[in-house]
Design a protein around this ligand. Structure first.
Ligand code: NDP
Length: 485
């Protein structure tokens, strides 16, 4: 089947597609074959300027609407996304290589959830009344202004919507820069928002690599930057934003621990470890890639895991029977291959996988290492691929201490049937997003984000409102002013 993947133009600015072929061409590669499926151009300074000008203009009028009126547009966009779920999912698969079996339920659907949730919330964004005896004060919740969103390549539709939905609900406008690896999906979101009634300029998409991101962040018209990306990029973006005291949300990388105790339901623990490592071929920031398994159940865990990984079906991601796709790009595949080689070199036991699949595209086998120790590279660095490191432990205190011995703090999970232990362990783990007897659920109602080097701020849930609005406090004197002279 032939799908139309070449977008109408590279950028979406001021309510319409916009092209500027002076920008550096960016090839869009289908990860399952290595074939070029589209070409876009990086934004030139002129395109970036147009996008920011349009956003600033649109924001002023948008902020004057009632929250309910803003919410209505977002909810309409959610409905359109749901109606076009298949079309959006096919595009997401072409953009990322993730299997259609996954994208049909995880991407446009999650974006629609965010638009619906924040659309519903938009009418209830209020300040508070603070009685002070005779006098009183009140707070007003105001938008920040023009927000910049910068996305990673693993969830292009979801990341754009997770940023746009709370931003727009609060009365901001947004200029979004997708990863240059996956430039297609955010354009469709922009198109749908326009169709749903968003005014021209409210949500703009400009393409490009790091320079485009830097140009956006350093522009004085921008009030906030929300980045989903790696820690090194986060450092640069945060520093650039700090120069002008801009607000930031940083959704960065992780090396999250998943603790499996001997009393856990083994089948569920294996399922959780699979979801924590191999969904989206391991390209998920919150993945529980350090799997600590209590020694007494380690071999049983590894045996069952190996058995269940036989259920992996690699193939054309557009075939709904396929449940395991390629790495997003050749570059990412090489990075992951490098980590697999390091694992072997440093003495970890390769239980399964470890090789490139014998087919076109950037497919790697799901890979499990056992007998991993804390100092090994594969236990310390984010790999962002289908590589699970299994470490064993004797007791709870040891497992918690070792799980916390990392600069990251995005997520953590525990599998146990002991409810006291479950809550005690989660209470002691240094992570922003945690799971008990589950892994990687991300409902929009639950705040998502990290601590430590994994980030600043929260996406989703009511918590995101704090990061896309600011309070104005107003003191009201009801009597006369008493001045000393
Ligand atoms: P990168 O950090 O390489 O890039 C993220 C985005 O930032 C891209 O759009 C990139 O542009 C852009 N960028 C790069 N340099 C700069 C700069 N100096 N100024 C402004 N923007 C810049 O991450 P990846 O795209 O490789 O994504 C993988 C990373 O994202 C992993 O570390 C993963 O953990 C993290 N991530 C975090 C999530 C979270 O919610 N916590 C969710 C998903 C991923 P370009 O790539 O086009 O050059």
């Amino acid at each position: 089947m032939i799908y139309e993947t070449q977008p109408t133009a590279s950028h979406y600015v001021d309510g319409a597609y916009l092209e500027d072929t002076d920008g550096t061409p960016i090839p869009v590669i289908y990860a399952a074959t290595g074939a070029r499926i589209a070409t876009v151009h990086a934004a030139t300074p002129a395109v970036i300027d147009r996008a920011l000008t349009a956003a600033a203009r649109a924001q002023t009028d948008w902020a004057r609407l009632s929250g309910r009126e803003r919410g209505r547009v977002l909810i309409r966009a959610a409905q359109i996304l749901r109606e076009r779920n298949r079309e959006m999912s096919v595009l997401e698969t072409c953009d990322t290589g993730k299997p259609l079996q996954e994208t049909l339920i995880a991407d446009a659907a999650s974006a629609a959830d965010a638009l619906e949730y924040f659309g519903g919330l938009a009418g209830s964004l209020t300040g508070e009344h603070i009685p002070l005896g005779g006098d009183w004060a009140y707070t007003m919740r105001e938008p920040l202004g023009v927000c910049v969103g910068i996305g990673a390549w693993n969830y292009p539709t979801q990341i754009a919507a997770w940023k746009a939905a709370p931003a727009l609900a609060c009365g901001n406008a947004m200029v979004f820069k997708p990863s240059e690896v996956t430039p297609l999906c955010a354009l469709k979101l922009a198109e749908i928002l326009t169709e749903a009634g968003a005014p021209a300029g409210l949500f703009n998409v400009v393409q490009g690599a790091g320079e485009a991101g830097q140009a956006l962040i350093s522009d004085p018209r921008v009030a906030k930057v929300s980045l989903t990306g790696s820690v090194p990029t986060g450092r640069k973006v945060y520093a650039a934003a700090a120069a002008d005291m801009k607000h930031v949300t940083m959704e960065l990388g992780g090396k999250s621990p998943l603790l499996i105790f001997e009393d856990a339901d083994l089948e569920n623990a294996v399922g959780g470890a699979i979801l924590a490592n191999f969904y989206s071929s391991g390209q998920i920031c919150s993945n529980g890639t350090r799997v600590f398994v209590q020694k007494s159940v380690k071999e049983a865990f590894l045996a069952r895991l190996t058995e269940r990984l036989k259920g992996v079906v690699m193939g054309d991601p557009l075939d709904e029977a396929t449940n395991f796709g390629p790495m997003v790009s050749e570059a990412q595949m090489r990075i992951v291959e490098g980590y697999i080689a390091k694992g072997v070199e440093e003495g970890a036991r390769l239980v399964t996988g470890g090789k490139r699949a014998a087919r076109d595209g950037f497919f790697l086998e799901p890979t499990v290492f056992a007998d991993v120790t804390d100092g090994m590279t594969i236990a310390r660095e984010e790999i962002f691929g289908p590589v699970m490191a299994v470490l064993d432990f004797e007791d709870e205190d040891e497992a918690v201490a070792r799980a916390n011995a990392t600069e990251f703090g995005l997520a953590a999970g525990v599998f146990t049937r002991d409810i006291s232990r479950a809550h005690r362990v989660i209470g002691a783990l240094k992570a922003g997003t945690c799971f008990i007897n589950s892994y990687n659920d991300a409902p929009v109602e639950m705040p998502f984000g990290g601590v430590g080097m994994s980030g600043v701020g929260r996406e989703n849930a009511k918590a995101a409102i704090e990061h896309y609005s600011q309070l104005k406090s107003v003191y009201v004197r009801m009597g006369d002013v008493e001045a000393p002279y």
